[in-house]
Design a protein around this ligand. Structure first.
Ligand code: LMR
Length: 330
């Protein structure tokens, strides 16, 4: 018995638990860096019992495939953007796609870390998925090969979107033609003119070299792009309890790190885009923002109609609370 036990222990010591972490963005983005940080800390803190392999830039799977692969157990961990959860049949995730609902990151973090976010993560259980954390990228900016200053400038432009009904509604509200497409295909589609424009935080825009194929970028901050870090439930529940606890702790620490670097990464990417000199950057002034907000109102109504008004009302309450606190501190 003792010998067998020892042999078993030995075998498990030689065979680390492998976590394949697949994602679609470049390594030098907030998500890419955080995935590497998770690898480093997870391996360190479990004394090598866990090994993490990170696959960036859709090297293993594209958007939709990666979710299927996770559910099938071909990979263990992902961090898809929140816009990609609607197709799993959890439409509430689209709340993060509603334009101009989150006035600042503080509001976002409170929504994510509070009741609304945690309830959303819990809903993933019914899909065989455990939601571990929300990671941040940033507010989205619009780009095309013509200036995008007023809502009328979008007319008839083919705009690439992530697979979200709300983003579809957003582009239609601007009289543009939404084209859902995997992230890995966007650069080529822009280059070949299969689509005219797109939206993303600047960190993605720059690291995918979209500045080479888009002449105009409008800093509009009209929408948000963040992530849910998820694991295959069977895998997670099957981990030795102490390993699971360590990984959960590591995830908390990495989430703080990720949110810390996201703004800086985006700011640096914008500096780099300006320096490259191939894309004209237009910062939407206040009056312009009001016009965009007005044009995009139907998207909020669409969300209220299809998903529910209550959740948006709760987000607005959080936003007011944050603003009141910030005003008091000033
Ligand atoms: C996109 O498809 O535009 C983004 O979701 C990519 C990402 O993961 O940041």
């Amino acid at each position: 018995m003792l010998v067998l036990f020892a042999a078993g222990e030995n075998a498990s010591a030689q065979q680390p638990i492998l976590i394949k972490f697949s994602h679609v963005v470049a390594p030098d983005t907030p998500k890419g860096r955080a995935a590497e940080k998770f690898k480093q800390l997870a391996e360190e803190r479990t004394g090598g019992r866990v090994r993490v392999e990170v696959f960036p830039n859709s090297r293993l799977y594209k958007d939709r495939e990666e979710l299927e692969a996770l559910q099938l157990g071909a990979v263990q961990m992902l961090a898809p953007s929140l816009s990609k959860f609607g197709p799993l049949g959890i439409p509430e995730f689209q709340l993060f796609d509603v334009p101009y609902v989150f006035p600042n990151k503080e509001t976002l973090y409170r929504v994510m870390d509070g009741d609304i976010g945690q309830t959303l993560l819990a809903k993933l259980k019914s899909r065989g998925i455990v939601g571990l954390a929300f990671w941040d990228n940033g507010f989205k900016q619009m780009s095309a090969n013509r200036p995008l200053r007023t809502p009328a400038d979008f007319k008839d432009l083919k705009m690439r979107i992530q697979p979200s009904r709300l983003l579809d509604a957003q582009m239609k509200a601007l009289d543009a033609v939404p084209q859902p497409m995997a992230f890995s295909e966007v650069y080529t589609a822009l280059k070949q003119g299969a689509v005219d424009g797109t939206e993303n935080p600047v960190s993605n825009f720059y690291t995918q070299r979209m500045h080479e194929v888009q002449k105009h970028l409008t800093i509009s901050d009209h929408g948000y792009l963040g992530y849910a870090v998820i694991v295959n439930q069977r895998f997670w529940d099957g981990l030795p309890p102490e390993v699971r606890a360590t990984l959960a702790e590591v995830m908390k620490e990495v989430t703080v790190y990720e949110r810390d670097i996201s703004q800086r990464d985006n700011d640096e990417a914008l500096v780099a885009v300006r320096k490259a000199g191939t894309t004209e950057v237009y910062v939407l002034p206040h009056a312009g923002r009001v016009a965009w907000q007005r044009a995009l109102m139907p998207v909020q109504q669409e969300f209220e109609r299809t998903v529910g008004a209550e959740i948006l009302a709760r987000i607005r309450a959080v936003a007011f609370q944050v603003e009141a606190e910030q005003t008091r501190r000033r």
